[in-house]
Ligand binder design. Structure first.
Ligand SMILES: [Zn+2]
Length: 75
């Protein structure tokens, strides 16, 4: 019987809270994910649509879960 570490979990509902003004810029820049212009910024100040960032976050969580399943650690 093997003990597995707890899996990472996405935020509740898988949605990010980008209501704060720090996530908004008056200058539209290409989204880091899809390349289309956006006024939104992610938590690192990079241009990104909220929906694109949420999709990327969900993918990261899925990848992290896979890493736990396959290797037992994150790389
Ligand atoms: Zn986008």
């Amino acid at each position: 019987m093997t003990h597995r570490p707890p899996r990472p979990h996405p935020p509740p509902g898988g949605l990010l809270d980008w209501g704060h003004s720090s996530h908004w810029s008056r200058e539209a820049r290409p989204c880091r994910y899809c390349g289309r212009p956006t006024n939104l910024r992610d938590s690192k100040g990079k241009a990104a649509h909220k929906c694109c960032a949420e999709a990327a976050l969900a993918q990261q969580v899925a990848d992290a879960a896979d890493a736990y399943e396959n290797e037992g650690h994150l790389t």
